[in-house]
Design a protein around this ligand. Sequence first.
Ligand code: ADP
Length: 455
Amino acid sequence: IGGTPPQEAMVDKIVQAFTITPEYLEQITQHFLSEMRKGLNQEDQTIAMIPSFVEGRLTGEEIGQFLALDLGGTNLRVVLVDLQGRGNFTTKSTKYKVSEHLKTGDVKELYNFIADCIDSFLTEHNLDYGTADIHLGYTFSFPVYQSKINRGLQKQWTKGFNCSGAIGKDPVILLQDALAKKHVPVLVSALVNDTVGTLLSNAYSKPETNAGIILGTGSNGAYIEKMSNIRKWTGGATSSDEMIINMEFGAFDNERVILPVTPWDNKLDRESINPHKQIFEKMISGMYLGEIARNVLLELVDRTLLFEGYSSKELNSQWGFETTYMSTIEADQGDSLKNTHRVLASSLNIPNVSEVDCRIVKRVCDLVGTRAARLAAAAIAGIVRQSSSVQDGCDIGIDGSLYEFYPSFEQRIEQGLTELFPDVPDINKKIRLGLAKDGSGVGAALCACVAKKMA
Ligand code: ADP
């Protein structure tokens, strides 16, 4: 860093706190795997391991026009998907902003808003199927106890949503009722977690897909499990010996027995709207990484080891340091760290910082970002070990801006996987990570298509 001895000492301490050695990463992976198995054996475990009711695999013959609705990310999206078979499709979509008021108010208001969005989408795209309802796959990326492909009860909210009147209710019924009241000709035929959708959309063109992972606002995963391993299953006979499991791994280690939780993570957690929940998600996903980095930077400021002890209103505000700033700063490779200076001056209102300051900020981003990617690698390794697909090779579809845009995120995951499978040469050719773009839209359409066939 080239700073003063107290600066160097504090940076060393931060490095220590965020570094996950290969041995430690292996321990985390083993714990993750044992928690997965607990979740398969019994209800109400930390990793919920929720059966999705999506059985078997896609054939590639899935064809037709479907709607998808995506709630749970930064925006609400309505998507028209035209499935053309064998991985081919076209989509048209519109995004709608969900206000803070709707995210935390009465859930009826939220669903009235959603029904209006779907209605205006149909008008905008001139969609009128006469007497037949259009089938819709509802991507609902919050924990749900699923009881059928189009039925489930919501367990909790995450990621900044906290509406009243939703927990214990069926999101499909809430949506279908709101649509019915407004006479919108749409049938909600599948309830899909975004991870399940990501898996399906990747599998549409890559049949060896075993898992879908989200690395966006939040983080979660789904994978294909053998029915015989789902010991807690009481749903009777199924048409296939495999089913997709929505893991809800964001809650992994809420007990904090293994993860390298730092004081800066604890501060984030305490100030969040869901303290003690989603601990793993809070260490690896887009909504939170900037906030962890902000907490570290503020401690440095408070110790007058950064910006000469000066802060700004922006840096002092919760969520004031966005994860996108980290991307810009991590991508800033020049000696002068021009873009880091620019982010600090223009986005955070901290002008005239020293080069040492910039290097410290960049180092903090590197540490927070690298830890996130390595923890994501532990989750992926756990899934691969459980589904014993490493020798055969498998595809893993990943969706989310963090994976898509954060510099080196993918390489850092791959580095973690290399350490976790020391005996497998070319592990990154065996575990093939790939961007499942628009996973939630196409995946929900595929799920609606499968459900329509089953019905
Ligand atoms: P979703 O909300 O559906 O998960 P995204 O996958 O776009 O949507 O994820 C949004 C999250 O990703 C936000 O938390 C945002 O901070 C983060 N993000 C968006 N763009 C970038 C970027 N270029 N670099 C790092 N993080 C990003």
